[in-house]
Design a protein around this ligand. Structure first.
Ligand code: NAP
Length: 268
């Protein structure tokens, strides 16, 4: 098994990484391969896993991810730092099984017709930092609305608990193959009108944003890309998925509860 370990550099994480390496070295057939791994183990937070996803996004179809958190339970991290022994044992004791979650495909088309593709795990937003963003929004090539405001955010189900949630979007279970679009401070008055609520589109649908601006900012999982001379941006669910090792995978609504409400022990 070819394994890569990706981690942040805080002291707690570095201790967990050292322990993890020692445990893995004792297992037969383990090769540390940061270039072409079968399994990527991340140690840190959700941000660490997002960075690792982008590092290996071209190989995402052949990789399984395992997230170890060294802080709070994350949305992409299942294991606690103190449970790495249990995690390494589980990795070698059974047939691999994965939980698969949708990814967002972003196609940026320039005025010259050039196409640039990006893949997001959480979301992509189109924004203007100063001045209002004006854009036409199409669903399946049909004009849906003329948007005016700070921007628009398109998120995956796993990304729905990130930036999308802060924008008032719904939290969506990641087994649903659906994309959500949430508005960022839209202008609504007698002249300009948008739907003013988040929408969730079906798996085979796509959203096209045609910005009426020479330049704007597009983010992909929080990373800023300055865009000039874009004709349109197409958003759809990618054919690719991210795969997480299923063993030890935490129930989605338990994560949501733990992150946003707080642990409770009451049972029905
Ligand atoms: P960052 O500082 O790495 O992350 C900001 C916070 O969002 C961190 O606490 C991170 O958790 C958490 N996070 C990341 N993905 C999440 C998810 N799917 N569900 C719930 N929480 C999540 O910020 P960044 O590098 O600029 O962007 C990374 C992601 O963070 C973005 O894709 C965006 O979804 C989210 N973000 C949200 C807001 C907001 O809500 N206003 C603002 C900026 C970024 P960890 O501490 O475990 O890494």
């Amino acid at each position: 098994m070819r394994i890569a370990i990706a981690h942040n550099t805080n002291d707690k994480t570095l201790k967990v990484v050292a322990h993890l390496k020692t445990l893995l070295q004792k297992k037969d057939g383990v090769v540390f391969d940061a270039k072409y791994p079968d399994v990527v183990i991340t140690v840190g937070g959700d941000g660490t896993l997002i960075n690792a996803f982008h590092r290996y996004e071209n190989q995402v179809s052949s990789i399984r991810f395992i997230g170890i958190h060294t802080g709070h339970l994350g949305f992409y991290t299942d294991w606690r730092g103190q449970d790495v022994g249990k995690m390494t044992d589980a990795l070698f004791l059974r047939e691999p099984e994965s939980a698969k979650y949708p990814l967002l495909e972003i196609e940026l088309v320039t005025e010259a017709g050039e196409k640039k593709r990006f893949l997001a795990l959480n979301e992509s937003a189109v924004k203007r930092v100063s001045h209002t963003l004006e854009a036409d929004v199409y669903i399946d090539d049909q004009l849906f609305e003329n948007f005016r405001g700070d921007g628009l955010c398109i998120s995956t189900p796993t990304g729905s608990t990130g930036y999308n949630k802060s924008l008032g979007g719904a939290v969506i279970h990641p087994q649903l193959k659906a994309l959500q679009m949430a508005e960022i401070a839209s202008i609504n008055n007698r002249v300009f009108r948008t739907l003013s609520s988040p929408i969730v589109i079906a798996p085979d649908q796509w959203i096209t944003i045609v910005p009426n601006a020479d330049h704007f900012v597009m983010t992909v999982d929080g990373k800023r890309i300055d865009v000039r001379n874009a004709k349109k941006i197409n958003y759809r669910i990618s054919n690719k998925v991210i795969r997480f090792d299923r063993f030890g995978h935490t129930h989605f609504w338990s994560r949501v509860q733990s992150a946003f409400i707080g642990e409770r022990n009451d049972k029905l």
